[in-house]
Design a protein around this ligand. Sequence first.
Ligand code: NAD
Length: 505
Amino acid sequence: MTALDLSSPVAVVGTGTMGQGIAQVALVAGHRVRLYDAAAGRAREAAEAIGARLDRLVEKDRLTAADRDAARDRLLPAQSLSDLADCSLVVEAVLEQLDAKQSLFRALEDLVGEDCLLATNTSSLSVTAIGGALRNPGRLVGLHFFNPAPLLPLVEVVSGFATDVSSATRAYEMARAWGKTPVACADTPGFIVNRIARPFYAEAFAVYEAQGADPATIDAILRESGGFKMGAFELTDLIGQDVNESVTRSVWQSFFQDVRFTPSLAQQRLVESGRLGRKSGHGWYDYGDDAERPEPHTAEPAQQPAYVVAEGDLGPASELLALIREAGIAVREEEEDHGTRLVLPSGGQLALADGQTSVEFRDVVYFDLALDYRRATRIALSASQDTAPGTLAEAIGLFQALGKDVSVIGDVPGMIVARTVARIVDLAHDAVAKGVATEEDIDTAMRLGVNYPLGPFEWSRRLGRNWAYALLDDLHLRDPSGRYAPSLALYRHAYASDKREGSTS
Ligand SMILES: NC(=O)c1ccc[n+]([C@@H]2O[C@H](COP(=O)([O-])OP(=O)(O)OC[C@H]3O[C@@H](n4cnc5c(N)ncnc54)[C@H](O)[C@@H]3O)[C@@H](O)[C@H]2O)c1
């Protein structure tokens, strides 16, 4: 089924934030849409709100007045559930409670025709559990839209254990016909996006809790070096700390308190104190007319080194050598079997973040991973109390000579971008191995659902097959809680590549 079947109406039950957005999507795609909400008058209010949004689309020339009028005529608030009997699809977006959703679907099953597809927009409940209430759970599928549904293209099409392949296919094709980008996934906690995105927040909070850097600095590094649209602190202030924390908590609980998903104490304190982000006027940052956004730590100008010696292959950071030469700094390349470093004139060394700490080596400064060293406008450096001040100054001067702002953070293993990306890559491999989704769908979901600059597998390919595994293995040694333990899937991935490349290690 590729064409839209517009012969029978679509119903949206629960006409709050998500229901309204989903109804608008179906409406603009050409459907007749019935709106039903348990709260009296809510469906009518929702119809008016959708109408007002269509008016704005006309003002912005994104919809013709004639199409707006036709869409308004196709939108019908329903008085009771029985008004939905002739619908070919019912999308449920009621409150996030298992018994509420189960009793709704039970009632719907007695009303609608055999061919009617039932869909839930749940973000944290199990589609399988919801379907447990149905005589025919095969017709129930998860259709997980993202907020705001009319704008965000991603839809996760979730198959519960009992969902018929034909139901999932219908839902997938319907989402596509609505102009969305569907991805298929299994019914596991957090589905794709809410599962694989957890380390983006967790690692930023962990670096902050370890006194590695302040929120403004971590955000700036994630944006300007990592290539993320927003940093974790500013993004969670926008989402709402309560909303973000409850997703983390739900994924963590659903995985039987798996340490890889442990919520952040600092974020919990924020929620407990009512500092929920933009909506409450305070979160990690303060909001309001006279609130000032703190500046990220940025190092004072330092003298650039006259030359560097590059030992070994810098791997994901090899682009740096060209940049250093372009800045007029001489680079001497030397073969090196062990380690990949830049040696500075003082004798101190500069190494790409690798999951070890600076204090373990004599005179080493670490630099963080960048999405693209040429385009990055900021680079994080970390040093220990044992690093010679001259080495740190040379490292700062080197990156400043490349036109970068430099943020010096604490001696945190894996730094900020590197540990975040390594953990995202790991969870993505783990998810594929557990049958959650394909590599391609995971990449699509993370780019469209949370705006990542690259999907985890694209990123992993750029970094080299072994990179994330090696970094996490080092981190796991230094924090044996299990939080950083690389998954079996990532281990297999790294080991397979070693064998292919003929390594004996
Ligand atoms: N808000 C988001 O960002 C988001 C994103 C994706 C998925 N979701 C999921 O979408 C669903 C709805 O979330 P929301 O944010 O739109 O909630 P909301 O509170 O804005 O709206 C829920 C609506 O459902 C109505 N309702 C409650 N019980 C009902 C019932 N038994 N029958 C009919 N109507 C009923 C309420 O009156 C309310 O209008 C939840 O399952 C949520 O997890 C939310």
